[in-house]
Design a binder for this molecule. Structure first.
Ligand SMILES: NC(=O)c1ccc[n+]([C@@H]2O[C@H](COP(=O)([O-])OP(=O)(O)OC[C@H]3O[C@@H](n4cnc5c(N)ncnc54)[C@H](OP(=O)(O)O)[C@@H]3O)[C@@H](O)[C@H]2O)c1
Length: 255
């Protein structure tokens, strides 16, 4: 019992310390060239997806930013044009709660070869099972079903690229397996925040592995990343006291 308390206290102290640390300066990336490459970023209107979209643009890619908020999407497109005026950047509206919208958006982008597909659409709420009009839970639809739907629709375009990448930004390596997958795959019973998080993370792992092994996908790299704590609209709040001024370009803000 004592040991458990000590472990819990240590874990809480580390979490609080991480939350209060000022963000480290952006890590310099090794020279990478995405010149002439095409990228689609679901969740590119905010946070981590926005940061990835801008980084891809900075390295020469043509980027389509996908989300619901047109004002934020167009702002990202303007920033992309500043980096790479020759690129074909665009905003594509999509409500990724709905698989039919994901399929339509993906189909509209599926003709030319696709080099990078980023799946960073996400939400952090305390809501219980909340069905979309298609009957799926909103959180699972966003974090799992819609990601698979987008990937499936875009696989033909990905296969036509020389070294395609599919990056799902969620919780690779930091969730538990969801024990109820056999009888309760859609989480229609026993819904809880940990179950929803574990199910989405677990299913993303399995989907990445299964799709990586699928015939025809030999060239496609499937990644499932866990970003850790990032101060975004859906991430943890900033510390309550001002941190030291940082010299970083505006596009590296997380919101
Ligand atoms: N931040 C963290 O600390 C943290 C930690 C672990 C994992 N993650 C994961 O990282 C991913 C990105 O999170 P973030 O921190 O960057 O969050 P964020 O700043 O809130 O961005 C979420 C993105 O998802 C999009 N989105 C949300 N609901 C949508 C919907 N119904 N249809 C289409 N797009 C939708 C939003 O676009 P619109 O609002 O324009 O629709 C936005 O672009 C998420 O999967 C999250 O679970 C984040």
């Amino acid at each position: 019992m004592r040991q458990r308390l000590a472990l819990t206290a240590a874990a809480s102290a580390i979490t609080v310390a991480l939350l209060f640390l000022p963000p480290s300066p952006t890590m310099p990336l090794p020279p990478a060239s995405f010149a002439g490459k095409r990228a689609l970023v679901f969740g590119g209107t905010s946070g981590i997806g926005r940061g990835i979209a801008l980084k891809l643009g900075e390295h020469g890619a043509s980027v389509t930013v996908i989300g619901r908020d047109a004002a934020r999407g167009e702002e990202v497109v303007r920033a992309l044009r500043a980096f790479n005026p020759g690129g074909a950047h665009a905003f594509a509206p999509c409500d990724a709660f709905l698989l039919r919208e994901v399929a339509t958006t993906a189909a509209a982008a599926a003709a030319p070869p696709l080099d990078v597909l980023v799946l960073s659409q996400g939400m952090a709420t305390l809501q219980g099972f909340t069905p979309t009009v298609e009957g799926l839970d909103e959180k699972l639809a966003l974090h799992y079903w819609g990601r698979v739907a987008a990937t499936r629709a875009l696989l033909p375009a990905l296969r036509r690229a020389p070294s395609p990448v599919v990056l799902s930004v969620l919780s690779g390596g930091v969730h538990s397996p969801f024990a109820g997958w056999r009888d309760n795959f859609e989480l229609s019973q026993g819904y809880s925040i940990p179950n929803a998080a574990n199910a989405a993370g677990f299913y993303n792992d399995l989907a990445a592995e299964a799709q990586a092994k699928e015939a025809g996908n030999e060239k496609v790299l499937f990644l499932h990343a866990a970003p850790g704590f990032v101060n975004t609209r859906c991430g943890p709040p900033p510390p309550p006291f001002p941190s030291a001024p940082r010299n970083r370009p505006a596009h590296r803000n997380n919101t």
